[in-house]
Ligand binder design. Sequence first.
Ligand code: SAH
Ligand code: SF4
Length: 364
Amino acid sequence: MAVNLLDFDADGLTAWFAQQGEKPFRARQVLHWVHQFGQDDFDAMTDIAKSLRDKLKAMAVVAPPPLISDRLSDDGTRKFLFDVGGGNAIESVFIPEDERGTLCISTQAGCALDCAFCSTGKQGFNRNLTTAEIIGQLWQANRALGARAKDERVISNVVLMGMGEPLANFDNVVRALRLMLDDHAYGLSRRRVTVSTSGIVPAIDRLGDTVPVALAVSLHAPNDALRDELVPLNRKYPLAELMAACRRYLERSPRDFITFEYVMIAGVNDGDAHARALLQLVRTVPCKFNLIPFNPFPHSGFQRSAPMRIRRFQEILLDAGYVATVRKTRGDDIDAACGQLAGQVQDKSRRVIALTRRNLEAAA
Ligand code: SAH
Ligand code: SF4
């Protein structure tokens, strides 16, 4: 089986090259071609000796997950759907803004953590994505957007907030993060790469030790009783432990705050008393808040908080001196909003894959 070069970070590629009797600088050249120029054709790597190109052609491939659909929303949000085999599809969302372009990528097909309000969770866990499938989303998005890596005018930020729990797929995620940060690959700033986690405490520590990037923690409730219901993982790592992990992370974080995400669900976690309890909870953790209006999906049993309620909740946090933003729901018309990514993904992706296959067959 051919080796997929997208599965290697720089050290891994250098080691693999060494096994083939090739020098480290050759690995670096290939890293440039693959990630900075988005090249998947070894013959096009013109500064590499023909003999090495032939060797690579025989042994290796550059194989990101195939792009099966690319949809543009009215607000400029663009959603990419990738086939990861076995009837599974995953998604990335590109969100252009005035000052930056953010790509939201997935780390697992499905998720095992089963948060009550998340459609990915409701879909269950299929499998971890490989490093090639994680970094391949960025590789493909750059190509689709006509951009090169290191062109910060296009993708300047990456958030691991798509499908799946990044810290439950630690090793593959770490390799992908290293590529994002590597000057020989994507060269993104640590501050502009954000891992979002539902709070796997030991893995937060490991991330801090291994590759500290910006951290977002999905809080959603100010007390253990409610969080146990919304984020079942809380039963294993309750809030006091999570807050302590956040404080430890800040010693190594490239940013001097944690972002707390808080989904606003009508009548569940959105009262004034919840906001005040939240302020108490976080008092020892320098932080910002990102309030996410709940995005409904069929049979969720929850509703989005009313705009007035969200504003009032936000005001309580602002009045206490915190930065608190309300996430704009973008890409609604193409089901690209947070937690909708899985949406009807299984059905939809099966449909898309079936369609693609039929088209291919028809064309053959
Ligand atoms: N597993 C990680 C990252 C992926 S989820 C995590 O939980 O942090 C990214 C964000 O979307 C999380 O804050 C998650 O709680 C939120 N989210 C999930 N379902 C949602 C929904 N239906 N509406 C709004 N936000 C949702
Ligand atoms: Fe998994 Fe995050 Fe969804 Fe929870 S919110 S089920 S951790 S993807």
